[in-house]
Design a protein around this ligand. Structure first.
Ligand code: N2P
Length: 359
């Protein structure tokens, strides 16, 4: 049934709908707050037509940006957000997200999700999130500068490997960046705790002091900067680069990507509903729409990321079955989910990060 205001308004007048549904019906909007370049416009158009809702989109480029917008009142402005796995416990602890469905009710299509994504450690009951797409973070580099680089974090952290060419680190993600420094130092990407993080912060401070360090740059911007020569190496997400290459091989074809041999990040981005979302029913309807196998496949194909939707796997393009989108078995072994940290550990992480960024 299309959720048009016209259809619902008389019911609301009779007091047959709860206030929130009536308000949603009166407004007819779904406010989606998503990473930039992460949604197929054709999916939005088809959903709008089918549901009668209007989708309004706003964008962010890091989990930190999403988190700070939500704490500044955004949890009452947006209906649907797309955080990464390791930010989910932080959002739950801060009271910034709400359960997806009423207790005891399941979302239609949830059965399509692969088993390995059903009871994840970041949301053990699966009450707050549904997985959207998954991918990996690695190094984007200029293949003219380095035709055959050793696939190591040394391309960024070791001045003997790269003493001259401009490079960037990732903006706005303390734990990821410390993880990369830990991996480089032999402590593993999934390091947690005072000792490895202090060493990682030192590594970042030392790196910032080098003449060819350009700055902290968002992953999407890093690909552009690598393409136009501002940097020769930086941090990027695998599917972003695959998508750019497919769209414009001339501009992006000279860029390479690897998952460093010391280990890196695997992530799964998820759909979640902010605590005071104006139209949670609309968010739920869109989540169920995205869970349909053909829609999930379309989303994955458009974005060049792998889908957690088992029923969609037979419908995805070949490019999604090979590197860089689907890392090979050896690279998959080196990928780790980012451990969830909270409380004092999270505070320590933030303090060390502020220190590392500003010293
Ligand atoms: C959007 C890709 C974002 C993925 N272009 C980051 N988890």
């Amino acid at each position: 049934m299309p959720m048009t205001p016209r259809r619902w308004a008389p019911l609301a007048g009779l007091g047959l709908l709860t206030l929130s549904v009536a308000a949603a019906a009166a407004d007819g909007k779904l406010r989606l707050f998503n990473w930039s370049d992460y949604m197929d416009p054709a999916i939005i158009e088809d959903f709008e037509e089918e549901s009668g809702l209007e989708v309004v989109q706003n964008y962010y480029n890091s989990n930190a940006e999403l988190f700070s917008k939500l704490t500044a009142g955004g949890d009452a402005q947006y209906d649907l957000i797309v955080p990464s796995d390791y930010f989910v416990p932080r959002l739950i602890d801060a009271g910034l997200v709400r359960p997806l469905a009423a207790e005891g009710e399941a979302l239609e299509g949830h059965d399509n999700i692969l088993d390995e994504f059903r009871a994840p450690s970041y949301d053990p009951e699966g009450a707050y999130t549904v997985p959207y797409l998954w991918g990996a973070t690695g190094i984007v580099y200029n293949t003219e500068t380095w035709p055959d680089p050793v696939p190591s974090w040394g391309l960024l952290y070791d001045p003997e490997v790269n003493g001259d060419y401009p490079f960037a680190l990732l903006k706005g993600d303390a734990q990821f960046t410390f993880g990369t420094a830990c991996a480089f130092q032999g402590a593993g990407f999934d390091c947690v705790g005072q000792e490895p993080w202090v060493a990682a912060a030192r590594q970042v401070i030392e790196t910032r002091g080098r003449d060819n360090f350009v700055g902290f740059v968002d992953a999407t911007a890093a690909i552009e900067q690598a393409a136009n020569g501002v940097i020769h190496a930086g941090i990027a997400y695998n599917g972003d680069l695959a998508g750019k290459r497919a769209e414009d091989p001339e501009t992006y074809g000279k860029l390479g990507f690897f998952i460093p041999e010391e280990g890196s990040q695997r992530w799964v981005d998820v759909l979640a509903i902010p605590a005071r979302a104006p139209n949670p029913e609309a968010a739920q309807a869109f989540i169920e729409y995205l869970l349909r196998p053909e829609v999930a496949a379309r989303l994955a194909n458009y974005n060049f990321y792998t889908t957690p939707n088992e029923a969609a796997l037979s419908l995805v393009n070949d490019a999604l079955r090979e590197p860089p989108v689907m890392p090979d078995a050896a690279a998959r072994e080196r990928l780790h989910f980012t451990p969830s940290v909270s409380g004092e550990q999270l505070e320590l992480l933030q303090e060390l990060w502020n220190e590392a960024r500003s010293r």
